[in-house]
Design a protein around this ligand. Sequence first.
Ligand code: SIN
Ligand code: CO
Length: 384
Amino acid sequence: MNTQLLSPIPQPDLPLTLLGGLTPRQFLQDYWQKKPLYIPAAVPGFADLASFEQLVKFAGRDDVISRLVTHEGDDWCLEHGPIAKKRFTQLPATNWAMLIQNLNHLIPEANQLLQQFNFIPYARLDDLMISWAPEGGGVGPHFDSYDVFLLQGSGEKRWQIGSECDRSLIPDIPLRILSNFTHEHEWVLKPGDMLYLPPHCAHFGTQLSPGTTYSIGFRTPSHQELASQFLMYMAERMSIDGMYADPDLPVQQAPGEVGQDMVEKCQKILKQVQWNDALVGQFLTSYLSEPKQHVWFEEPAKLLSYDAFIKKLTKQTLVLDEKSICLFHGGGASLNGEEIPEEIACLPAIQTLANRRGLDAGEYDELLTDWLYEIYQAGWVYFG
Ligand code: SIN
Ligand code: CO
């Protein structure tokens, strides 16, 4: 088995250097969504995964989400990518930061780093963002609505963590910067040091020497988003028989009024819209595995024939593309927002594909192999 190509299996009770010697279970119980954790040498010997020049190239691409934050005192400016290479030659020596989202889609090593955090389920894991900043650079004092691990790449960064603070923001600027930030804790992170912050914890990072921060971010859909997306999902799937009927219609003296009788009849009809755990689970696999808007997949440069594909499958690991997301619940599963046909979704190989982000070389049944060939053609998986 080529274990390197497959994502690690989370071990709930194994102490992790990444968590400062805590086990995932202890971390989740005591810190996750509760309080910050400073972890010196979380990734010993950690070296940058991308050079400044590579990041500038990424910032220039229109399929990459990038931002540039500059500031002079309290005057904060935000530019959205794509950012031309020339723009970086016009910047001052200090006080700016370049941010590149989804580095895990761009560099396999960044995806491997993100996979180290899979003690948090993929349905919650979002992306790996990198920031590069010279001395004085940062994005200002702010809070995020999601959990984040901030791993220092190169250089040193001072992180100040706010107390339960005044949430007011500097008005009329394109960034959400806290106007009255005061801090309770301060740490200077060196390469490989990490800080975990729960949602809504005010923080202010300032790069002390040129370098990078890797932000492992999580997804926290709002209740409103979940409910509206679920209703849209339901709308496509439900089927309710019958036509409105009112053989008992009374004469209304106010014909403009929607009568109480009609409201009650419709209430009864609408109560037929029902759901259960299985449906909510299936909705979540589909919705949470949808690719982000800027993501697209490319078919393999040299497409194998079906026969050559089957042959290779017996010899080589098939891995999910870095941009692919596969989730399952019960007997259902989705890949990149598309529900996997029931007779395939229930196969144990689908759970491996979702958990380990790949499949060992082997002979698989015909139905599964046909489907694997389809997703291989779509560029959703490739041979590792
Ligand atoms: C940074 O990398 O400086 C910003 C990360 C964050 O504050 O979430
Ligand atoms: Co933040």
